[in-house]
Design a binder for this molecule. Structure first.
Ligand code: HAM
Length: 418
């Protein structure tokens, strides 16, 4: 038997209701905040991710599914969506009429990480991105929208971590100080980090190897290096979060695993998922649109780990699996024919209806209705039909109601809405 690929998984029909509930809640909220949906493709030129996420990141160094197309072009299954949304913003000159654009996208991402609980090689993200707006109020609003989504979904065990990574004005001084410390601790670092300590020392702050974490425990704080503009920006973000009652923690180690960030970065972490604590992450990337060939427009965004969010919500939510309201137990040839018509009519009338045309006994049909959790069973037997009526049984109270077959769909719909 052919099994699925390691690190990949099926989202089964019984899980789908929860995925849909989360997706619908996110869509409704984001649309209210002015975001519109975009669907970039899952395959892009490898160059796009190398230039945006950064050559020294784990994602680009080790995790991308990259392969040569039949004509030799290098293409990559997207490891994240931001780069594609930026490419699309530039390619379609979305900034031409109004540089401010708010977009969201939901879909699969691919990273060849070591699979474990909460970490998959195909996983889903819910992304939101804002272009053309440099104001710190947008940072605060985006974080507010993100935590609002979590509270709407009833997720309580969540901590917002925030940091500022400065800008091209002030970050070089921080990089230099960090690099000097790392070079002095070279013998403690893993091989990747020895290389990174000169080229891209911020990546070392993100390394998960315990010895490297230990080596950076006394790293300087970026807060001491922020230029006045970055410091003011970050102060306003924090003040606005406080004003709206958003609780957060300052986390100077939060550098995120992608190179494009500037200024505000943030992550939502939870204790509910074991080792994989990050359930959402994002930040400003004011230089990326220009770096990818567009105008110098600022931007900010986040991505939620959809699989991880589903896992947390499923710990608190009761089963949302959809159940039929009516189960039609059709008995005998005439019962099946009539049941078939009524089943379609009820489905079209918006009443979730399941019918069984197998011709099995009433006893086994009742068992199946029970297993499916149907609220009512409509018994369509030949003898009842002869009398021009059918019986609706309430599976909870066991009450039975006889209804005339004439205008049955209408009668049942009225009965259910009574
Ligand atoms: P990221 O932190 O790499 O950011 O990913 C965002 C979220 O995706 C993580 O917090 C995590 O919940 C989820 N995630 C990442 N990798 C996996 C995996 N292997 N299995 C399951 N879930 C995973 C980004 O991707 C940025 N593009 C976010 C962003 C948008 N920044 C600005 N705009």
């Amino acid at each position: 038997m052919i099994q699925l690929i390691r690190g990949f998984k099926d989202i089964l029909p019984e899980e789908s209701a929860l995925w849909q509930h989360i997706e619908n809640t996110a869509r409704a909220l984001f649309e209210d905040f002015g975001f519109r949906e975009i669907h970039p493709p899952v395959l892009e030129k490898t160059e796009l991710f190398k230039r945006s996420i950064g050559e020294d990141t784990d994602i680009v160094e080790k995790e991308m599914y990259t392969f040569a197309d039949r004509n030799g072009d290098l293409i990559t299954l997207r490891p994240e969506a931001t780069a594609s949304v930026v490419r699309s913003y530039i390619q379609h000159k979305m900034y031409a009429v109004d540089p401010i654009r708010k977009m969201y996208t939901i879909g699969p991402m691919f990273r060849r990480e070591r699979p474990q609980k909460g970490r998959y090689r195909q996983f889903y993200q819910i992304n939101a991105e804002v272009f053309g707006e440099a104001s710190p109020y947008i940072d605060a609003q985006l974080i507010f929208m993100l935590v609002t989504l979590f509270s709407k979904l009833g997720v309580m065990d969540i901590n917002a971590h925030i940091n500022s990574l400065g800008c091209p004005e002030c970050r070089p001084d921080f990089r230099k100080a960090l690099s000097e410390l790392l070079i002095s601790r070279k013998e403690q670092l893993c091989e990747d980090c020895i290389r990174r300590s000169e080229r891209n020392p911020l990546r070392v702050l993100d390394c998960k190897v315990p010895a490297c974490r230990e080596a950076v425990s006394e790293a300087p704080s970026i807060m001491d290096f922020l230029c006045p503009d970055c410091a003011r920006h970050f102060d306003t973000v924090q003040a606005m979060l406080v004003k709206q009652g958003v609780r957060f923690e300052l986390d100077k180690r939060l550098v995120r695993g992608l190179d494009y960030y500037t200024r505000t970065t943030f992550e939502l972490q939870t204790g509910a998922l074991g080792a994989q604590s990050a359930v959402a992450g994002g930040g400003r990337y004011d230089g990326l649109v220009k770096a990818l060939g567009g105008p110098a427009h600022p931007a900010i965004g986040f991505a939620i780990g959809f699989d991880r969010l589903v896992e947390i919500v499923s710990q608190s939510q009761e089963n949302l699996e959809k159940k039929p309201v009516i189960f039609i137990a059709a008995l005998g040839e005439e019962g099946i024919q009539n049941g078939y018509i009524w089943a379609n009519e009820l489905c079209l009338a918006g009443v979730p209806t399941e019918a069984d045309f197998s011709g099995k006994s009433l006893k086994s049909l009742m068992k199946r209705a029970d297993r499916m959790g149907a609220l009512f069973v409509l018994m369509v037997g030949e003898s009842e039909l002869k009398e021009g009526r059918v019986v609706l049984r309430d599976m909870k109270t066991k009450e039975q109601h006889a209804f005339p077959v004439d205008k049955l769909t209408e009668t049942i719909t009225n009965f259910l809405n009574r």
